[in-house]
Design a protein around this ligand. Structure first.
Ligand SMILES: Cc1cc2nc3c(=O)[nH]c(=O)nc-3n(C[C@H](O)[C@H](O)[C@H](O)COP(=O)(O)OP(=O)(O)OC[C@H]3O[C@@H](n4cnc5c(N)ncnc54)[C@H](O)[C@@H]3O)c2cc1C
Length: 386
Protein backbone atom coordinates (compact mmCIF):
# COMPACT_ATOMS: atom_id res chain seq x y z
CA UNK A 1 0.00 0.00 0.00
CA UNK A 2 1.58 3.32 -0.99
CA UNK A 3 1.83 5.88 1.75
CA UNK A 4 2.50 9.59 1.95
CA UNK A 5 6.04 9.03 3.10
CA UNK A 6 7.05 6.09 0.93
CA UNK A 7 7.20 7.91 -2.41
CA UNK A 8 9.58 10.33 -3.97
CA UNK A 9 7.68 13.51 -4.84
CA UNK A 10 8.83 14.78 -8.24
CA UNK A 11 6.15 17.44 -8.69
CA UNK A 12 8.60 20.27 -8.51
CA UNK A 13 10.50 18.98 -11.53
CA UNK A 14 7.94 20.20 -14.08
CA UNK A 15 7.54 16.94 -15.97
CA UNK A 16 4.53 14.76 -15.36
CA UNK A 17 5.25 11.26 -14.20
CA UNK A 18 3.15 8.49 -15.77
CA UNK A 19 2.83 6.43 -12.58
CA UNK A 20 0.61 7.71 -9.78
CA UNK A 21 -0.75 6.44 -6.48
CA UNK A 22 -4.25 7.56 -7.45
CA UNK A 23 -5.85 9.16 -10.51
CA UNK A 24 -9.18 10.95 -10.13
CA UNK A 25 -11.17 11.27 -13.36
CA UNK A 26 -13.49 14.28 -13.08
CA UNK A 27 -12.93 17.65 -11.44
CA UNK A 28 -16.41 18.29 -10.09
CA UNK A 29 -16.86 18.79 -6.37
CA UNK A 30 -16.81 15.02 -5.80
CA UNK A 31 -13.54 14.49 -7.71
CA UNK A 32 -11.99 17.51 -5.97
CA UNK A 33 -13.05 16.15 -2.56
CA UNK A 34 -11.51 12.77 -3.47
CA UNK A 35 -8.26 14.51 -4.46
CA UNK A 36 -8.35 16.57 -1.26
CA UNK A 37 -8.45 13.51 1.01
CA UNK A 38 -6.30 11.24 -1.19
CA UNK A 39 -3.56 13.88 -1.21
CA UNK A 40 -3.41 13.68 2.59
CA UNK A 41 -2.35 10.01 2.39
CA UNK A 42 -0.66 9.77 -1.01
CA UNK A 43 2.00 11.89 -2.65
CA UNK A 44 1.21 11.18 -6.26
CA UNK A 45 -2.37 12.09 -7.02
CA UNK A 46 -3.54 13.22 -10.46
CA UNK A 47 -6.87 14.83 -11.38
CA UNK A 48 -8.11 14.79 -14.98
CA UNK A 49 -10.80 17.28 -16.03
CA UNK A 50 -11.70 18.20 -19.62
CA UNK A 51 -13.55 21.41 -18.70
CA UNK A 52 -13.50 24.04 -15.97
CA UNK A 53 -13.16 22.78 -12.39
CA UNK A 54 -16.65 22.41 -10.94
CA UNK A 55 -18.12 23.46 -14.28
CA UNK A 56 -20.68 20.66 -14.77
CA UNK A 57 -23.37 19.62 -12.26
CA UNK A 58 -21.38 21.29 -9.51
CA UNK A 59 -21.88 24.70 -11.15
CA UNK A 60 -25.57 23.99 -11.66
CA UNK A 61 -26.29 22.97 -8.07
CA UNK A 62 -27.74 25.00 -5.23
CA UNK A 63 -25.01 24.47 -2.66
CA UNK A 64 -27.31 23.56 0.20
CA UNK A 65 -25.48 21.41 2.74
CA UNK A 66 -28.35 19.48 4.23
CA UNK A 67 -28.74 16.51 6.54
CA UNK A 68 -31.49 14.31 5.10
CA UNK A 69 -33.55 11.70 6.93
CA UNK A 70 -34.80 9.88 3.83
CA UNK A 71 -33.07 6.58 4.69
CA UNK A 72 -30.55 5.54 7.36
CA UNK A 73 -27.77 5.33 4.75
CA UNK A 74 -28.61 8.76 3.36
CA UNK A 75 -28.72 10.20 6.85
CA UNK A 76 -25.35 8.65 7.76
CA UNK A 77 -23.65 10.04 4.65
CA UNK A 78 -25.20 13.52 4.77
CA UNK A 79 -24.62 13.91 8.52
CA UNK A 80 -21.02 12.74 8.34
CA UNK A 81 -20.35 15.00 5.38
CA UNK A 82 -21.94 17.98 7.03
CA UNK A 83 -19.67 17.48 10.02
CA UNK A 84 -16.67 17.37 7.69
CA UNK A 85 -17.79 20.65 6.05
CA UNK A 86 -18.23 22.25 9.48
CA UNK A 87 -14.71 21.17 10.38
CA UNK A 88 -13.33 22.94 7.30
CA UNK A 89 -15.19 26.24 7.64
CA UNK A 90 -12.40 28.04 9.48
CA UNK A 91 -9.94 27.25 6.66
CA UNK A 92 -12.26 28.01 3.74
CA UNK A 93 -11.67 31.25 1.83
CA UNK A 94 -14.46 33.84 1.86
CA UNK A 95 -15.28 33.20 -1.81
CA UNK A 96 -16.67 29.77 -0.85
CA UNK A 97 -19.53 31.87 0.60
CA UNK A 98 -20.20 29.49 3.47
CA UNK A 99 -23.25 30.66 5.40
CA UNK A 100 -24.86 28.91 8.38
CA UNK A 101 -28.41 29.65 7.21
CA UNK A 102 -30.00 26.51 8.61
CA UNK A 103 -32.86 24.79 6.83
CA UNK A 104 -36.52 25.63 7.41
CA UNK A 105 -38.77 22.77 6.34
CA UNK A 106 -42.18 24.37 5.76
CA UNK A 107 -45.45 22.52 6.43
CA UNK A 108 -48.26 23.81 4.20
CA UNK A 109 -51.11 22.08 6.02
CA UNK A 110 -51.96 19.96 9.05
CA UNK A 111 -51.28 16.74 7.19
CA UNK A 112 -47.70 17.86 6.47
CA UNK A 113 -47.32 19.26 9.98
CA UNK A 114 -48.30 15.86 11.41
CA UNK A 115 -44.94 14.52 10.14
CA UNK A 116 -42.89 17.28 11.73
CA UNK A 117 -42.73 15.86 15.24
CA UNK A 118 -41.58 12.46 13.94
CA UNK A 119 -38.85 14.15 11.91
CA UNK A 120 -37.76 16.21 14.90
CA UNK A 121 -37.50 13.09 17.05
CA UNK A 122 -35.46 11.31 14.37
CA UNK A 123 -33.01 14.19 13.99
CA UNK A 124 -32.66 14.83 17.70
CA UNK A 125 -32.19 11.16 18.59
CA UNK A 126 -29.40 11.05 16.02
CA UNK A 127 -27.56 14.09 17.33
CA UNK A 128 -28.94 16.80 15.02
CA UNK A 129 -30.63 19.77 16.66
CA UNK A 130 -34.16 20.31 15.32
CA UNK A 131 -36.83 22.79 16.40
CA UNK A 132 -40.56 22.65 15.71
CA UNK A 133 -42.03 26.09 14.92
CA UNK A 134 -45.66 27.10 15.36
CA UNK A 135 -47.28 29.18 12.58
CA UNK A 136 -46.55 32.34 14.59
CA UNK A 137 -42.92 31.38 15.16
CA UNK A 138 -42.54 30.50 11.49
CA UNK A 139 -43.98 33.86 10.45
CA UNK A 140 -41.59 35.64 12.81
CA UNK A 141 -38.57 33.74 11.50
CA UNK A 142 -39.53 34.22 7.84
CA UNK A 143 -41.96 37.15 7.45
CA UNK A 144 -42.17 36.75 3.65
CA UNK A 145 -43.89 33.36 3.98
CA UNK A 146 -47.63 33.55 3.38
CA UNK A 147 -50.15 33.49 6.22
CA UNK A 148 -51.90 30.25 7.02
CA UNK A 149 -48.97 27.84 6.86
CA UNK A 150 -49.11 25.06 9.44
CA UNK A 151 -45.63 25.47 10.91
CA UNK A 152 -42.06 24.46 10.32
CA UNK A 153 -39.06 22.42 11.33
CA UNK A 154 -35.79 24.28 11.66
CA UNK A 155 -32.47 22.45 11.37
CA UNK A 156 -30.00 25.14 12.48
CA UNK A 157 -26.81 23.25 11.57
CA UNK A 158 -27.53 23.07 7.82
CA UNK A 159 -25.73 25.62 5.67
CA UNK A 160 -25.04 26.96 2.21
CA UNK A 161 -21.86 27.25 0.13
CA UNK A 162 -20.96 28.33 -3.39
CA UNK A 163 -20.07 24.96 -4.92
CA UNK A 164 -17.79 26.10 -7.76
CA UNK A 165 -15.34 27.97 -5.56
CA UNK A 166 -15.58 25.26 -2.89
CA UNK A 167 -14.55 22.66 -5.49
CA UNK A 168 -11.70 24.91 -6.65
CA UNK A 169 -10.53 25.39 -3.09
CA UNK A 170 -10.53 21.64 -2.35
CA UNK A 171 -8.45 21.08 -5.46
CA UNK A 172 -6.04 23.89 -4.60
CA UNK A 173 -5.53 22.32 -1.16
CA UNK A 174 -4.87 18.96 -2.84
CA UNK A 175 -2.33 20.67 -5.11
CA UNK A 176 -0.63 22.16 -2.06
CA UNK A 177 -0.19 18.57 -0.92
CA UNK A 178 1.42 17.72 -4.27
CA UNK A 179 -1.55 16.65 -6.40
CA UNK A 180 -1.37 17.41 -10.11
CA UNK A 181 -4.03 18.41 -12.62
CA UNK A 182 -4.42 17.72 -16.32
CA UNK A 183 -7.09 20.05 -17.65
CA UNK A 184 -8.58 20.19 -21.13
CA UNK A 185 -8.36 16.46 -21.85
CA UNK A 186 -10.97 13.76 -21.51
CA UNK A 187 -10.38 10.23 -20.29
CA UNK A 188 -11.57 7.65 -22.79
CA UNK A 189 -10.93 4.49 -20.83
CA UNK A 190 -10.12 3.58 -17.24
CA UNK A 191 -9.67 0.47 -15.11
CA UNK A 192 -7.05 -2.20 -14.41
CA UNK A 193 -4.82 0.48 -12.85
CA UNK A 194 -4.70 2.72 -15.89
CA UNK A 195 -6.36 5.74 -17.46
CA UNK A 196 -6.26 6.51 -21.18
CA UNK A 197 -6.76 10.06 -22.43
CA UNK A 198 -8.24 11.15 -25.75
CA UNK A 199 -4.80 12.20 -27.04
CA UNK A 200 -3.48 8.65 -26.59
CA UNK A 201 -1.58 9.34 -23.34
CA UNK A 202 -1.82 6.60 -20.76
CA UNK A 203 -1.20 6.85 -17.01
CA UNK A 204 -0.79 4.08 -14.47
CA UNK A 205 -1.90 4.20 -10.84
CA UNK A 206 -2.57 1.92 -7.91
CA UNK A 207 -6.11 3.29 -7.80
CA UNK A 208 -8.19 4.99 -10.47
CA UNK A 209 -11.31 6.85 -9.34
CA UNK A 210 -14.27 7.42 -11.63
CA UNK A 211 -15.74 10.74 -10.46
CA UNK A 212 -17.23 11.70 -13.82
CA UNK A 213 -20.70 12.45 -12.38
CA UNK A 214 -23.52 11.67 -14.80
CA UNK A 215 -20.98 10.56 -17.40
CA UNK A 216 -19.46 7.89 -15.16
CA UNK A 217 -21.20 5.01 -17.05
CA UNK A 218 -19.37 6.00 -20.25
CA UNK A 219 -16.12 5.05 -18.52
CA UNK A 220 -17.47 2.21 -16.38
CA UNK A 221 -20.25 0.59 -18.40
CA UNK A 222 -23.13 -0.84 -16.42
CA UNK A 223 -23.17 1.75 -13.62
CA UNK A 224 -26.87 2.42 -12.97
CA UNK A 225 -26.72 6.21 -13.33
CA UNK A 226 -29.10 8.40 -15.33
CA UNK A 227 -29.20 12.18 -15.77
CA UNK A 228 -32.11 13.92 -14.11
CA UNK A 229 -32.57 17.49 -15.23
CA UNK A 230 -33.22 20.40 -12.88
CA UNK A 231 -33.93 24.12 -13.39
CA UNK A 232 -32.85 26.97 -11.13
CA UNK A 233 -33.75 30.65 -11.23
CA UNK A 234 -31.68 33.36 -9.57
CA UNK A 235 -33.05 36.80 -8.71
CA UNK A 236 -31.44 40.17 -8.46
CA UNK A 237 -30.17 41.23 -5.01
CA UNK A 238 -32.76 41.47 -2.23
CA UNK A 239 -30.77 41.13 1.00
CA UNK A 240 -32.86 39.91 3.93
CA UNK A 241 -35.81 38.75 1.82
CA UNK A 242 -35.42 35.25 3.28
CA UNK A 243 -33.02 34.02 5.95
CA UNK A 244 -33.01 30.22 5.89
CA UNK A 245 -32.86 27.74 3.07
CA UNK A 246 -36.62 27.25 2.77
CA UNK A 247 -37.98 23.94 1.54
CA UNK A 248 -41.48 22.60 1.44
CA UNK A 249 -41.98 19.37 3.35
CA UNK A 250 -43.34 17.86 0.16
CA UNK A 251 -39.84 18.14 -1.38
CA UNK A 252 -38.97 14.53 -0.65
CA UNK A 253 -42.07 13.44 -2.54
CA UNK A 254 -40.81 15.36 -5.56
CA UNK A 255 -37.36 13.82 -5.24
CA UNK A 256 -38.93 10.36 -5.02
CA UNK A 257 -41.26 10.52 -8.01
CA UNK A 258 -38.96 8.74 -10.41
CA UNK A 259 -41.21 8.55 -13.46
CA UNK A 260 -42.83 11.95 -13.77
CA UNK A 261 -41.62 15.51 -13.83
CA UNK A 262 -42.08 17.37 -10.59
CA UNK A 263 -41.46 20.72 -8.95
CA UNK A 264 -41.02 21.65 -5.29
CA UNK A 265 -40.56 24.92 -3.44
CA UNK A 266 -36.93 25.45 -2.49
CA UNK A 267 -35.50 28.96 -1.91
CA UNK A 268 -32.00 29.88 -0.85
CA UNK A 269 -30.59 33.22 0.31
CA UNK A 270 -27.19 33.73 -1.35
CA UNK A 271 -24.38 35.66 0.27
CA UNK A 272 -24.84 38.27 -2.49
CA UNK A 273 -28.43 38.97 -1.39
CA UNK A 274 -29.78 37.07 -4.39
CA UNK A 275 -32.44 34.38 -4.00
CA UNK A 276 -31.82 31.07 -5.70
CA UNK A 277 -35.08 29.32 -6.53
CA UNK A 278 -35.58 25.65 -7.25
CA UNK A 279 -36.40 23.04 -7.97
CA UNK A 280 -37.58 20.83 -10.79
CA UNK A 281 -36.89 17.19 -11.68
CA UNK A 282 -37.30 15.59 -15.12
CA UNK A 283 -35.97 12.62 -17.02
CA UNK A 284 -35.27 14.01 -20.49
CA UNK A 285 -31.82 12.64 -21.20
CA UNK A 286 -29.11 15.29 -21.58
CA UNK A 287 -31.38 17.90 -23.19
CA UNK A 288 -30.33 21.09 -21.41
CA UNK A 289 -32.89 23.47 -22.96
CA UNK A 290 -34.86 25.64 -20.56
CA UNK A 291 -38.44 24.35 -20.32
CA UNK A 292 -40.41 27.59 -19.86
CA UNK A 293 -43.61 25.84 -18.81
CA UNK A 294 -41.83 23.97 -16.07
CA UNK A 295 -40.05 27.12 -14.89
CA UNK A 296 -43.42 28.89 -14.66
CA UNK A 297 -44.76 25.97 -12.64
CA UNK A 298 -41.73 26.13 -10.37
CA UNK A 299 -42.02 29.88 -9.79
CA UNK A 300 -45.77 29.58 -9.19
CA UNK A 301 -45.06 26.89 -6.64
CA UNK A 302 -42.60 29.21 -4.90
CA UNK A 303 -45.20 32.00 -4.95
CA UNK A 304 -47.64 29.74 -3.09
CA UNK A 305 -45.20 29.97 -0.17
CA UNK A 306 -43.53 33.33 -0.80
CA UNK A 307 -46.12 35.57 -2.52
CA UNK A 308 -43.65 38.47 -2.71
CA UNK A 309 -41.35 36.48 -4.98
CA UNK A 310 -43.42 37.58 -7.96
CA UNK A 311 -42.34 41.17 -7.43
CA UNK A 312 -38.63 40.27 -7.61
CA UNK A 313 -36.70 40.21 -10.88
CA UNK A 314 -35.25 36.94 -11.93
CA UNK A 315 -32.01 37.58 -13.77
CA UNK A 316 -30.94 34.12 -14.93
CA UNK A 317 -32.33 30.64 -15.44
CA UNK A 318 -30.21 27.57 -15.98
CA UNK A 319 -30.46 23.83 -16.08
CA UNK A 320 -28.23 21.09 -14.74
CA UNK A 321 -28.22 17.35 -14.33
CA UNK A 322 -28.35 15.23 -11.23
CA UNK A 323 -26.69 11.83 -11.55
CA UNK A 324 -29.49 9.59 -10.35
CA UNK A 325 -29.28 5.99 -9.13
CA UNK A 326 -32.19 3.58 -8.58
CA UNK A 327 -31.86 3.52 -4.77
CA UNK A 328 -31.13 7.26 -4.43
CA UNK A 329 -27.74 6.64 -2.88
CA UNK A 330 -24.43 7.51 -4.51
CA UNK A 331 -22.08 4.75 -5.65
CA UNK A 332 -18.89 4.89 -3.62
CA UNK A 333 -16.24 2.19 -3.47
CA UNK A 334 -14.36 -0.45 -5.43
CA UNK A 335 -15.75 -2.42 -8.34
CA UNK A 336 -16.02 -6.07 -7.28
CA UNK A 337 -14.23 -7.31 -10.42
CA UNK A 338 -11.46 -4.67 -10.30
CA UNK A 339 -10.62 -3.48 -6.76
CA UNK A 340 -8.25 -0.81 -8.13
CA UNK A 341 -11.19 0.89 -9.90
CA UNK A 342 -13.11 3.03 -7.41
CA UNK A 343 -16.42 4.74 -8.20
CA UNK A 344 -17.44 8.09 -6.70
CA UNK A 345 -20.54 9.06 -8.68
CA UNK A 346 -24.34 9.10 -8.70
CA UNK A 347 -24.94 11.78 -6.05
CA UNK A 348 -28.32 13.01 -7.40
CA UNK A 349 -29.36 16.23 -5.62
CA UNK A 350 -26.99 15.86 -2.68
CA UNK A 351 -23.51 15.78 -4.16
CA UNK A 352 -22.43 19.14 -2.80
CA UNK A 353 -23.40 17.98 0.69
CA UNK A 354 -21.97 14.47 0.38
CA UNK A 355 -18.81 15.25 -1.61
CA UNK A 356 -16.57 15.38 1.46
CA UNK A 357 -17.84 12.11 2.96
CA UNK A 358 -17.41 10.52 -0.47
CA UNK A 359 -13.82 11.73 -0.75
CA UNK A 360 -13.10 10.48 2.74
CA UNK A 361 -14.59 7.01 2.08
CA UNK A 362 -12.55 6.74 -1.12
CA UNK A 363 -9.32 7.81 0.60
CA UNK A 364 -10.04 5.43 3.51
CA UNK A 365 -10.47 2.55 1.08
CA UNK A 366 -7.30 3.39 -0.85
CA UNK A 367 -5.20 3.79 2.29
CA UNK A 368 -6.68 0.75 4.02
CA UNK A 369 -8.12 2.82 6.89
CA UNK A 370 -11.36 2.06 8.69
CA UNK A 371 -14.09 4.56 7.84
CA UNK A 372 -16.09 6.48 10.41
CA UNK A 373 -19.35 5.37 8.79
CA UNK A 374 -20.21 1.97 7.35
CA UNK A 375 -19.31 2.14 3.63
CA UNK A 376 -21.41 -0.93 2.73
CA UNK A 377 -24.64 0.81 1.61
CA UNK A 378 -22.83 2.72 -1.14
CA UNK A 379 -20.56 0.08 -2.69
CA UNK A 380 -20.93 -0.65 -6.42
CA UNK A 381 -23.17 -3.57 -7.16
CA UNK A 382 -25.51 -3.01 -4.22
CA UNK A 383 -27.74 -0.81 -6.29
CA UNK A 384 -30.16 -3.24 -7.84
CA UNK A 385 -31.27 -4.91 -4.65
CA UNK A 386 -32.62 -1.77 -2.98
C1 LIG B 1 -30.58 21.95 -10.08
C2 LIG B 1 -29.67 21.25 -9.12
C3 LIG B 1 -29.65 21.63 -7.79
C4 LIG B 1 -28.81 20.97 -6.88
N1 LIG B 1 -28.77 21.41 -5.59
C5 LIG B 1 -27.95 20.78 -4.69
C6 LIG B 1 -27.89 21.21 -3.34
O1 LIG B 1 -28.51 22.19 -2.96
N2 LIG B 1 -27.11 20.51 -2.47
C7 LIG B 1 -26.40 19.42 -2.87
O2 LIG B 1 -25.74 18.82 -2.02
N3 LIG B 1 -26.39 19.03 -4.16
C8 LIG B 1 -27.16 19.67 -5.07
N4 LIG B 1 -27.20 19.24 -6.37
C9 LIG B 1 -26.42 18.08 -6.75
C10 LIG B 1 -24.99 18.40 -7.00
O3 LIG B 1 -24.88 19.55 -7.82
C11 LIG B 1 -24.30 17.21 -7.65
O4 LIG B 1 -24.64 16.02 -6.98
C12 LIG B 1 -22.79 17.38 -7.61
O5 LIG B 1 -22.41 18.59 -8.21
C13 LIG B 1 -22.12 16.22 -8.31
O6 LIG B 1 -20.75 16.47 -8.38
P1 LIG B 1 -19.83 15.55 -9.27
O7 LIG B 1 -18.43 16.01 -9.05
O8 LIG B 1 -20.17 14.12 -9.04
O9 LIG B 1 -20.32 15.82 -10.76
P2 LIG B 1 -19.96 17.00 -11.78
O10 LIG B 1 -19.94 18.32 -11.13
O11 LIG B 1 -20.85 16.81 -12.95
O12 LIG B 1 -18.45 16.67 -12.15
C14 LIG B 1 -18.09 15.58 -12.98
C15 LIG B 1 -16.90 16.03 -13.77
O13 LIG B 1 -16.43 14.93 -14.54
C16 LIG B 1 -15.94 15.44 -15.75
N5 LIG B 1 -15.92 14.36 -16.74
C17 LIG B 1 -16.97 13.80 -17.37
N6 LIG B 1 -16.53 12.88 -18.25
C18 LIG B 1 -15.17 12.86 -18.15
C19 LIG B 1 -14.15 12.13 -18.80
N7 LIG B 1 -14.43 11.23 -19.75
N8 LIG B 1 -12.86 12.37 -18.47
C20 LIG B 1 -12.56 13.27 -17.49
N9 LIG B 1 -13.49 14.00 -16.84
C21 LIG B 1 -14.78 13.79 -17.17
C22 LIG B 1 -16.92 16.54 -16.13
O14 LIG B 1 -16.35 17.46 -17.02
C23 LIG B 1 -17.26 17.13 -14.77
O15 LIG B 1 -16.53 18.29 -14.47
C24 LIG B 1 -28.00 19.90 -7.31
C25 LIG B 1 -27.99 19.55 -8.67
C26 LIG B 1 -28.81 20.21 -9.56
C27 LIG B 1 -28.77 19.81 -11.00
Amino acid sequence: MPSKTSHHNDHGGGSLSTKFDAIVVGGGIVGCACAYYLSQSFQRVLVIEPGPIGGASTAAGMGHIVVMDDSPAQFALTYYSQQLWTGLVSQMPADCEYRPTGTMWVAADDEEFSHVEGKRKFYESNGVKAEVLSPAELAKAEPQLRDGLAGGLRIPSDSVIYPVTAAGWLLSEAKRNGAELIQGKRATKMGQRSVHLEDGTQFEADFVINAAGGHAPLLTPGLPIEPRKGHLVITDRYPGFVHHQLIELGYLKSAHEMSSESVAFNAQPRATGQILLGSSRQFVGWNSEVDRKLVTKMVNRAAEYLPGIQQLSGIRIWTGFRATTPNKLPIIGAMPEDPSLLIAAGHEGLGITTSLATGKLIADWASGSKSVIDPAPYIPGGHHEH
